[in-house]
Design a binder for this molecule. Sequence first.
Ligand SMILES: [Zn+2]
Length: 313
Amino acid sequence: MRNLFLAISAMFLASSVTPLFGWGCEGHQMVALLARIHMTPVASNAVDHLLRENPVEVSDRFCKGGGDLMADIASWADAVRNAEKTGLWHYIDIPLEAHSGELSQWCEPASEPEDKTKDRPGCVTSAITYLGAILADTSKPAATRARALRYLIHFIGDMHQPLHTTDNNDHGGNCTTMQVFSDERASNLHSIWDSRLIARTLADRKMTPAQYATVIDAKYAASFKTIAAGNQTEWAWDGHTAAEKYTYGLLKPAIPVEKYDAKADCNAEREKVAALKIKIDDPYFSGAMPVIDAQLAKGGYRLASYLNQILTQ
Ligand SMILES: [Zn+2]
């Protein structure tokens, strides 16, 4: 969710009861649990030590994860985004029409200027670089490193939601409206990918996020090394490709690919998409869900690999 206006609009538009902030609770929990399976014992213990010694309050709204310390705080960054002015760190707006190029054209380096009233500059990829350096610096106070760790657990998850690395003048799908199954209210594509499709899967299978994470892991564990390779620039383009091929690509009728306009009007975009009368139906669900599984596995495995590199010294 990009800002307060969008948050309020989405609350009216969305039918789902799950929160609308990057992957919903369940998605972030699954990324954390998938990472946990593949972390070295040394990294895993270091993470638990930092989190246990530097606890934060996490309200039920931001979903405690059922006892795993990483899963418990995986949505903390959404709870503090307004207070900490870190909203820009959750995504990067790579235009849907783009297929290559330096990410720096859509993303400033992340930093935390003294003035705490202004948004922190940066985007999800530069924030990961910035926070990774803090976590790796053992001369920094433990509380500072624990904060960086909480953000990393969240942002490496976030950047695998394809609409956190893709924008079609619609704030990563937030400025869209479409019918979802037989829900009473319309929803937007961003919230559908954050939560709605995952919620339906969990309900259909009668599974908890922890149970479903083990189903995903059984499918992808043998490919851990291949999946975990690369860096956040490659991961961002990977998610962007998934958005183009599946998130947008499976929609019927298609939303036209727009010429990038940083000043596009959200309401006008929403009206344009509403006029298409798109319906998220069973064929869309069947095509999208394997991609969501793969993105959750990628998020978890890459988070594990990232933390293993920093914390297994
Ligand atoms: Zn987020």
